[in-house]
Design a protein around this ligand. Structure first.
Ligand SMILES: [Zn+2]
Length: 103
């Protein structure tokens, strides 16, 4: 894989992330899931890390693009962020600044 392939994969993932977020915000949960799955597949195939925002606001179990306060609950517990999807799946992340997503 050439560096430009990697760049293209990254750009596609960024675009799918934006599309998924927009679809979820508009209430199109199923469409958002499709974008989430496509982005995950692209990341795997090209060995490209998914953006942190994407990792945190998608459900590993049902691929939903989570909207805190709408389709997900977000709680702080023991220095961790606990995100609970509508499907019941919980994900825990260390509590840190979301601004670090500039890799
Ligand atoms: Zn879920």
């Amino acid at each position: 894989m050439t560096p430009s392939d990697e760049r293209i994969a990254r750009e596609r993932i960024e675009r799918l992330d934006a599309l998924a977020r927009r679809a979820a915000t508009a209430g199109h949960e199923d469409r958002a899931r499709k974008y989430v799955r496509l982005a995950r597949r692209l990341g795997e195939r090209n060995r490209v890390a998914l953006p942190r925002r994407f990792e945190r606001f998608t459900c590993d179990a049902c691929d939903a693009y989570l909207r805190p306060g709408r389709t997900a609950r977000v709680r702080l517990r023991d220095g961790h962020v606990v995100v609970t999807c509508d499907c019941g799946t919980q994900a825990r992340y260390p509590y840190d600044s979301p601004d670090e997503d500039c890799s």
